[in-house]
Ligand binder design. Structure first.
Ligand code: FAD
Length: 404
């Protein structure tokens, strides 16, 4: 059967763009549909968030040719310092103990998102549509997609496979009526950047407080990106107080390891919930990235997990294409879904335990996590395991971008 495209990707966020780059030289006819213009995406306040990228993620971005152009905007994490406010427990993870350059890298989301969008725009093998998906119909031989044009008219396109990479509020997931589990944490992440009197020395600080976890991630110069989890009410107060009051509270929670802190960027609020789709596949559609799993940022795993979806899917689609097979084949999609389940379950479970264990000042829990941190600091094997998890090297990593 004749299709307009082999593959339609909905959503040009990090997941959608990574997949487009992974397949750009495959000979596949690819359409990428994004609701927002480049201008809107460039000015989105969400672009201010800092992303901690695991070493494994950077390896994959490198394979895609998407790292070299932004490497100078990223800051290496050479040490991770985990501590508990008001308690003794702490642990330190170091890149040199693993014999690696860095445990991971911190980059402002806008920098990597814009760079990837530039790379995709330059390829002449990906057809870009700036429009919204309005309807889907999965048939025996093709999936038909209805795109809503700006003048209100509809454009219909068909493909062998549709990939929904359209984020936590995924339209594709809703159109397919894939059920989802939503866990409201009752928390908001406050995000900003601070300038510190002392240099960060490439240390990422993860500090657990009775109000919730606080991360200071090293960025350019003497600046650190702040990701501070508070209740919705506290976050609203902290967004509205003066800079001086905000900094006094931040300093009270973080302490003076980096000397005096000054605000270097606006404060942004991100209400937090866990969204997990009950299925990754329906008919000739597969959903990836935040469309399947939107996580709490406390453990910095969201995109690190999403890029592993991309890596496996790209590998399987390339194999199928080489064998002249159908990209929307039910067995292929089922196989993909089965292979991704374990990583999803583990990463979501790990993130949830961190949220539960560290967002609570219940005394027995505080004692357990303190004992845990102290013990961890003295157990090289456990520390190495945790470090490998933080580096995103604990699971299998398919290679990306090495097949043309
Ligand atoms: C405060 C905060 C801190 C974080 N820190 C980290 C971290 O340290 N490390 C980490 O790995 N992750 C982190 N994350 C998570 C990370 O940002 C996400 O996992 C990642 O950006 C998700 O990418 P995505 O492409 O799946 O979805 P999105 O980035 O949401 O992209 C979806 C795209 O689809 C488009 N779209 C939506 N609907 C439609 C439609 N109907 N038609 C067409 N297009 C559509 C949207 O415009 C958007 O461009 C953090 C998140 C937050 C909020």
């Amino acid at each position: 059967m004749q299709h307009d495209f082999d593959l339609i990707i909905v959503g040009a966020g990090l997941a959608g763009n990574c997949l487009a780059l992974a397949l750009k030289n495959s000979g596949l006819k690819i359409a990428l549909v994004e609701a927002n213009s480049r201008e809107q995406l460039r000015h989105s306040p969400a672009g201010d968030r800092a992303l901690a990228l695991a070493a494994g993620t950077v390896e994959l971005l490198n394979d895609l040719g998407a790292w070299r152009g932004v490497a100078d905007k990223a800051t290496a994490i050479k040490h991770i310092h985990v501590s508990d406010r008001g308690h003794f427990g702490k642990t330190r993870l170091a890149a040199e103990d693993q014999g690696v350059e860095a445990l991971g890298y911190v980059i402002v989301a806008r920098d990597i998102e814009q760079h990837m969008a530039d790379l995709v725009e330059k390829t002449d093998t990906v057809c870009l549509y700036q429009t919204r998906v309005a309807g889907l119909m999965s048939g025996r031989d093709a999936i038909n997609v209805s795109l809503k044009q700006h003048d209100g008219s509809s454009l219909n396109v068909s493909a062998q496979l549709l990939v929904g990479a359209d984020g936590g509020n995924s339209t594709v997931r809703k159109l397919l009526e894939i059920p989802q589990q939503v866990t409201e944490y009752g928390q908001t992440a406050l995000v900003t950047t601070v300038q510190s009197a002392l240099p960060h020395r490439n240390i990422a600080f993860e500090r657990f407080t009775e109000f919730g976890p606080l991360a200071l991630l090293p960025v350019a110069g003497k600046q650190s990106a702040v990701v501070w989890t508070r209740t919705h009410e506290q976050a609203e107060t902290l967004i509205n107080v003066s800079d001086r009051e905000f900094l006094a509270e931040l300093q009270n929670c973080f302490g003076y390891r980096l000397g005096e802190l000054k605000l270097a960027a606006p404060r942004r609020a991100f209400p937090l919930s866990l969204i997990r789709a009950e299925s990754m596949v329906s008919g000739r559609t597969v959903i990836i990235g935040n469309a399947v799993h939107q996580l709490h940022p406390v453990a910095g795993q969201g995109f690190n997990l999403g890029i592993r979806d991309v890596a496996l899917l790209a590998e399987m689609l390339l194999d199928q294409h080489e064998q002249h097979g159908d990209l929307g084949d039910a067995r292929l999609l089922k196989n993909y879904s089965r292979q991704r389940q374990q990583d999803h379950g583990k990463t979501i479970g790990f993130t949830n335990s961190v949220v539960k264990l560290f967002s609570n000042d219940n005394l027995p829990l505080a004692a357990v996590r303190n004992a845990g941190l102290t013990l961890l600091d003295h157990l090289p094997f456990a520390k190495q395991l945790l470090t490998r998890h933080a580096m995103g090297l604990a699971g299998r990593l398919p290679k990306l971008g090495d097949r043309e």
